[in-house]
Design a protein around this ligand. Structure first.
Ligand SMILES: CC(C)(COP(=O)(O)OP(=O)(O)OC[C@H]1O[C@@H](n2cnc3c(N)ncnc32)[C@H](O)[C@@H]1OP(=O)(O)O)[C@@H](O)C(=O)NCCC(=O)NCCS
Length: 317
């Protein structure tokens, strides 16, 4: 297998591979289900990216587009759904061959945090990246809209007067994710969160539903049209304040979003959660969400930048 630059000459083959992979996946239809749309999306992702093709006997068996950061450094490099695909029969070899030069370039540019989104089916990509040192960080699940959950309580829409309380819930969610075993740094840009909340409340395509105990908000759920999957509403943030948990409030909020999505004409509801968040993992699976995509992460020890093959042991005599 040979790895070379992905150029316009093999764009159609790459688009066929991507569209076929997306069609074979078990998630809702994506915007690149058709090869014509896939070709446009791949072409748009090429400027400023490292784009590689895996060729076997002159046939493209896989490709990888790695968006490069504007500046070297610590920001994660995110390889999204439409940035890669491989022939299912050659996926393992293709991804291994493609990632080797990509990882070398990224590390050379100071990028040690690599993220790749992969469909769970067909399983080749998950397996290949798993064998390259990646692990599951985020899970995206989906369920068809149609049936409602058995829930008590009718959540209402949030208004601009609720924004301060919603910001407090966001802070609680960030600190919740800092606990073990998620251990994600609780670093929230409060001003940006506030302005995002105002935008969401004012946007008719999005919703924030809230549950109240008296006048006080005890839980919230936010939902918006999915950026990649057709006819799909996606849940962004969802939290019930700690003292009100395990009493059915989260189920009532979720049921409210399922009803909102159905009324708005969507066919699927999706949500992403941190795999290490034991509570949300149990909650979403038990409430009907079936995983279809992983976000895999690999963090490389930055010491490879000096402890590498150029290390001069002759100094030790
Ligand atoms: C996930 C969450 C929104 C659910 O809200 P809730 O009001 O507690 O939910 P409900 O009372 O309707 O349902 C409780 C369900 O949560 C899950 N759950 C609650 N505590 C749990 C625990 N200690 N371990 C595993 N699962 C647990 C179970 O699935 C449980 O359902 P069950 O009773 O049928 O087993 C809430 O627990 C929460 O805010 N968690 C922290 C933030 C978070 O993880 N948000 C979602 C991801 S962004």
């Amino acid at each position: 297998m040979k790895v070379e630059a992905l150029t316009a000459t093999c764009l159609d083959e790459a688009a066929e591979l991507l569209a076929a992979t997306q069609r074979a996946g078990e998630g809702p239809a994506s915007g690149v289900w058709r090869a014509s749309a896939a070709a446009e999306v791949i072409a748009a992702s090429l400027p400023g990216a490292l784009a590689l093709a895996a060729m076997e006997r002159g046939v493209l068996v896989g490709f990888l587009v790695v968006p490069l950061p504007g500046a070297p450094g610590a920001d994660p490099v995110r390889i999204l759904d439409h940035h890669h695909a491989a022939d299912p029969g050659r996926a393992r070899d293709a991804y291994r061959a493609l990632y080797a030069p990509a990882a070398a370039s990224l590390v050379g540019f100071g990028c040690f945090h690599h993220v790749v989104r992969v469909l769970i089916e067909p399983p080749g990509a998950v397996q290949a990246f798993g064998e390259l040192g990646f692990g599951v960080d985020q899970i995206k699940g989906v369920q068809p809209l149609g049936s409602r959950l058995s829930a008590t309580g009718e959540p209402g829409e949030a208004g601009l007067d609720d924004v301060d309380e919603l910001v407090s819930l966001y802070i609680e969610l960030a600190t919740y994710h800092a606990r073990s075993p998620v251990l994600r740094p609780a670093a929230l840009d409060v001003a940006a969160t506030r302005s995002e909340l105002v935008d969401t409340v004012e946007d008719p395509r999005r919703t924030i539903l809230v549950a109240r105990d008296g006048r006080r908000i005890i839980g919230m759920i936010e939902a918006h049209p999915d950026a990649r999957h057709l006819d799909t509403v996606t849940i962004g943030l969802n939290i019930v304040t700690e003292r009100a948990r395990s009493r059915g409030v989260g189920t009532a909020l979720l049921d409210g979003v399922l009803g909102w999505g159905l009324d708005a004409g969507y066919r699927h509801c999706a949500v992403s959660w941190a795999s290490a968040n034991l509570v949300s993992d149990a909650f979403y699976r038990a409430r009907g969400f079936v995983p279809f995509r992983y976000e895999l992460v690999r963090r490389i020890d930055p010491e490879v930048s000096w402890a590498n093959e150029r290390l001069d042991y002759s100094l030790l005599g």
